[in-house]
Design a protein around this ligand. Structure first.
Ligand code: FAD
Length: 507
């Protein structure tokens, strides 16, 4: 039993937990970060099979920018002392390649103007609508840049007066916006290609999430040298250098409550750590229903955490190939392979236990050539899938179904971009929503937390205050939603709320 006191305890070293702990360390707080695994990062991790070290999640990272024009993520890493010395990034050559079963094959470039110019070149009879769509995107992005410049806290009146498009698209789906601007199915499919980064098809996805993802990646898409594990490890070093403590193999079992307020945590092994402020990076349902004493959780708070729908998980196949990428036709970092351009049909398939109708084939050698041994390639095939489709799968069916789905995905690649892929597979490892659940403890293995629909738009999404005073939440489920940079910022927002309460004497 220990009984040490900290200014703040952070549970979980996923991106939200790292964001929260680092922000507090930067602000001079004595912080303890507790992680159940023996490595940091949550989904932002890597693992080894044979002679390959696979990236677990990250495809591309937004908001790093360039040396001449650093983005907000880079500037935060700078404050933490992580860049420029301890972490370097590589920029992607192009945004994405879209391939369709009917042979249509197009590569979209980076940069806001080149991207939209390319769309106009491909779909000249929709020029006016494409330009209108671009204009709306830029106005919304301006609004978010303004909110970011105010530290995330801008007055609603100022937003309405200066950036009314933020409020206007807050109540729209991507499809609502398309209906005002663009018509063709193929154009919509190519333009909305990255909806998987937000987890819902255009007919359900809140336009704000889509626009922010689209524009932020058009401005800068990079990959950390050494995989996302290098980035999360560097953040941990930054936290430690600023006086923070980090403990692994530290599974938090209970959040302690005294007089109705958070007062510390108890680990599975019985160790106790005390603090008046706890930030949990563990999903809100688990934090509230498994870690807190049941009597302190109000019925209204329970309704708030159960009301939003749980978002998609993923099904991935991690493949090490004993041939260089060019020989295999793997010419892009990010290739989307589409069986159809009907996004609702694609999403429907994700809600059933069946072969996906869209996959993204990420060949990391095209962004970081040394990611796998010389003469080899690292390819990760990912599709999205609702985790609940696996509820009815019995243990004896599990491996067979997993192998069947993995095979279907490899066939999609062979059918379109790399006809002989199977011949060159040296190692392959599948991950299902159950794998992602087991690793993260996120309900149904959700990778972006709750769905990113209008009802869970950044303005309406569950906020970072927990069920009792002194408890805060940070990560994909709350504040800004899922993805690397949003999850980090969600943790930083939890830290800001906690610091604010400290300053006002509420803790
Ligand atoms: C295959 C895949 C591909 C992806 N690709 C991208 C991409 O290209 N770009 C992008 O932006 N996003 C991507 N994402 C999404 C992104 O990875 C997630 O949205 C983000 O990492 C979620 O971070 P989080 O802070 O919510 O924490 P999580 O990653 O969910 O981490 C939670 C942490 O809490 C720990 N924990 C849980 N319970 C306890 C406990 N009781 N005690 C102590 N610790 C505990 C867990 O071990 C974990 O470390 C991808 C995800 C996956 C799975």
């Amino acid at each position: 039993m220990e009984n040490k006191k900290y200014d703040v305890i952070v549970i979980g070293a996923g991106l939200g937990g790292l964001g929260a702990a680092s922000q507090l360390a930067i602000e001079g707080k004595h912080v303890l970060l507790l992680e159940k695994h023996n490595v940091p990062g949550g989904f932002a991790t890597s693992f080894v099979r044979g002679r390959f070290e696979f990236e677990g999640a990250l495809h591309v990272l937004s908001d790093i920018g360039t040396e001449e024009n650093p983005g907000s993520f880079y500037r935060y890493l700078e404050k933490l002392g992580v860049v420029p010395d301890h972490l370097k990034f590589k920029s992607a050559r192009e945004y994405y390649r879209s391939v369709f079963f009917d042979g249509y094959d197009v590569t979209m470039p980076f940069g806001v103007d080149p991207f939209f110019d390319k769309l106009i070149e491909l779909f000249p009879n929709e020029t006016e609508g494409i330009e209108k769509f671009k204009e709306i995107c830029l106005k919304v992005q301006d609004g978010f840049d303004y909110i970011a410049s105010k530290g995330g806290i801008a007055s609603p009146m100022a937003i309405l007066m200066k950036h009314s498009w933020v409020a206007r698209v807050a109540g729209l789906t991507v499809e609502d916006l398309f209906n005002r601007c663009v018509k063709g199915k193929r154009l919509r499919a190519v333009l909305a290609q990255i909806w998987g980064y937000d987890g819902l098809p255009p007919s359900k996805l809140n336009a704000i999430y889509f626009i922010i993802t689209l524009i932020s990646l058009l401005r800068s898409a990079t990959y950390p040298i050494g995989r996302s594990h290098a980035m999360t490890s560097a953040i941990v070093e930054g936290i430690k250098n600023l006086g923070g403590e980090v403990r692994y193999n530290a599974l938090v079992n209970r959040i302690l409550v005294e007089n109705g307020r958070a007062s510390g945590v108890e680990l599975l092994n019985g160790d106790i750590y005390k603090s008046k402020a706890i930030i949990s990076n563990v999903n809100p349902i688990c934090t509230t229903m498994k870690m807190l004493p049941p009597e302190v959780v109000s019925e209204s708070y329970k309704r708030r955490i159960y009301a939003p729908q749980i978002g998609v998980s993923a099904f991935s196949v991690y493949i090490g190939l004993n041939s260089p990428p060019k020989k295999l036709g793997l010419t892009s970092h990010e290739t989307f392979i589409n069986a159809t351009d009907d996004n609702d049909e694609i999403y429907d398939a994700m809600t059933r236990l069946e072969a996906p109708k869209i996959i993204v084939a990420a060949c990391y050698n095209n962004i970081e050539e040394t990611i796998s041994p010389p003469g080899t390639s690292q390819l990760v095939l990912t599709s999205l899938q609702k985790g609940n489709v696996w509820h009815s799968v019995s243990p004896d069916q599990y491996h067979q179904i997993k192998d069947e789905l993995a095979n279907e995905m490899i066939t999609m690649v062979e059918k379109t971009i790399s006809p002989d892929l199977r011949k060159y597979i040296e190692v392959a490892e599948g991950a299902t929503p159950l794998t992602y659940y087991r690793y993260s403890k996120n309900m149904d293995g959700a990778v972006y937390g709750y769905t990113q629909e209008i009802l869970n738009s950044p303005m309406l999404r569950l906020k970072g205050r927990g069920a009792v005073p002194g408890l805060y939440l940070g990560g994909a489920w709350v504040n800004l939603g899922g993805g690397f940079y949003p999850s980090i910022n969600s943790g930083r927002m939890a830290a800001a709320a906690c610091l604010n309460d400290m300053q006002k004497g509420r803790l």
